[in-house]
Design a binder for this molecule. Structure first.
Ligand SMILES: Nc1ncnc2c1ncn2[C@@H]1O[C@H](COP(=O)(O)OP(=O)(O)OP(=O)(O)O)[C@@H](O)[C@H]1O
Ligand SMILES: [Mg+2]
Length: 356
């Protein structure tokens, strides 16, 4: 084989640069951040190749994220999109149905991206569509005893419909999703370089625990595999169709967040909850100090309620409720929130015993 000189194109963000940005905002989930950084870098390379008129060989690096609720799947995708400054939308797979049935056609996903790109087709064609709840459109052949007939218009039908978007065909999409449209409002969008990041909890897959036994696998099947890697077979058994999985070459797993990570989530990211509340109160002239013990208490409470990272905001909100109300009157003071404060506020809430 003749070797070609590998000329690097103009600078685009490297996987490391993308990772480092994600790392500031997304705590833990190291593997996922690396995988996303690589996929995003390839995405930029593809766009670049297209702009330079080269037909790239690069495969579309569509991503499938698997992880429990509140572990940062949507957060990761959002952080990525804002860093790359590309049009980005989050769509919910459960809102779509097979074409011709009541519900949205999959083309509407692209229409929403077009809307996010201020109707610029050129920008839309570089964008990222985040398809949430992808596990909810699993094939329902096993459980279809509802008498609704054998048509699976919201499951397999939608997966089928998505294939053309994932592999990059040209589709006609309504120019304005919010309007009642007629034929004249349709535009053609090439989905070849639109990056799809699909995400789901696949909650029955039992990947987050220690066992895949509930799936009925022979233990030997998994012996030489790392404990928590999702296999294609797992996903097929779950009800995802092979053609769809084949077009989602990057499978990324996110784990449940532990206490240390929850603690860091509250304090470390540039947009962390603690910074936000400090800033908010500072505007009223109140200096907020939250002790380490108080933060641990908040984490323990969130874990006890299995609320994960998503629960932290509500808890902080509750703890700071009175303070926020009184802040303007307490201007010029320093307020300390310690373990006792947190326990007091939360005990009133629902009396979960955090000491256990
Ligand atoms: N790893 C993380 N690092 C920093 N913040 C996080 C992380 N995970 C979650 N969060 C925070 O918790 C919120 C909820 O997380 P997110 O929406 O990403 O969950 P999810 O994995 O998409 O869950 P679901 O499956 O329910 O949609 C985020 O908005 C973010 O503020
Ligand atoms: Mg989400």
């Amino acid at each position: 084989m003749r070797s070609r000189t590998l000329k690097r194109g103009p600078a685009i963000a490297t996987p490391r640069e993308i990772f480092e940005h994600l790392d500031r905002y997304v705590i833990g989930q190291e593997r996922a951040k690396r995988a996303i950084a690589i996929a995003a870098h390839s995405h930029l390379r593809r766009i670049q190749a297209r702009q330079e008129g080269r037909a790239g060989l690069l495969r579309k690096s569509n991503v499938l994220m698997v992880g429990p609720t509140g572990c940062g799947k949507t957060h990761l995708a959002r952080t990525l999109a804002s860093f790359l400054e590309l049009p980005f939308v989050v769509v919910d797979a459960t809102e779509y149905t097979e074409a011709g049935y009541y519900g949205k056609d999959v083309e509407v996903m692209v229409a929403e991206l077009l809307f996010a790109a201020s109707q610029s087709i050129q920008e839309t064609e570089k964008g990222i569509i985040f398809v949430d709840e992808i596990d909810k459109i699993a094939r329902r052949s096993h459980g279809a005893r509802t008498g609704a007939g054998s048509r699976d218009i919201g499951g397999e039908g939608v997966q089928q419909g998505m294939l053309k978007l994932l592999e990059g065909r040209e589709v006609f999409v309504p120019l304005n999703v919010t309007q009642h449209w007629n034929k004249h409002d349709f535009v053609q969008v090439d989905t070849k370089d639109i990056l799809f990041i699909c995400a789901g909890t696949f909650s029955d897959l039992s990947l987050y625990g220690t066992t895949a036994r509930s799936m009925g696998f022979a233990a030997a099947d998994r012996e030489h595999e790392p404990a928590r890697r999702t296999t294609t077979k797992d996903l097929l058994d779950y009800g995802m169709i092979a053609e769809l999985l084949g077009r989602l070459p990057v499978v990324v797993e996110l784990g449940e967040l532990g206490p240390d990570e929850l603690l860091r989530i509250m304090t470390e990211p540039p947009d962390s909850l603690l910074r936000e509340y400090k800033e908010l109160l500072a505007l009223d002239g109140v200096e907020l100090h939250v002790t380490q013990g108080a933060l641990q208490e908040v984490v323990a409470y969130s874990l006890a309620r299995r609320a994960g990272a998503r629960g932290l905001r509500g808890i902080i909100e509750e703890v700071c409720h009175d303070l926020l109300f009184e802040a303007p009157e307490r201007s010029g003071t320093r307020v300390v929130i310690d373990v006792a404060t947190v326990r007091g506020k939360l005990a009133a809430l629902d009396g979960i015993d955090l000491e256990r």
